[in-house]
Design a protein around this ligand. Structure first.
Ligand SMILES: [Zn+2]
Length: 79
């Protein structure tokens, strides 16, 4: 059976857990360039935030296109 790990509408007790690792997806503004980078989330990051760094490939601006939180996996293997 599938097990959906969504808990958005049901708060669970996570106060004892460390914050999950979060990553920020950065993409080049140029449509002709496919540069993309995943870096560690930094305080103040938000989606569509324009960064003051430039694409190492083409020199265009870079914009945040996604912010991801990695859910902790239970360390039990399916058997
Ligand atoms: Zn680029």
């Amino acid at each position: 059976m599938g097990f959906t790990f969504l808990t958005a509408n049901r708060p669970i007790n996570t106060s004892r857990l460390p914050p999950p690792p979060t990553f920020t997806e950065v993409r080049c503004d140029s449509k002709n360039c496919d540069f993309k980078e995943i870096r560690n989330f930094e305080r103040g990051d938000y989606i569509l935030k324009a960064l003051n760094i430039h694409c190492p490939k083409c020199g265009s601006g870079l914009t945040i296109h996604g912010i991801y939180t990695i859910k902790e996996e239970k360390d039990q293997a399916p058997s």
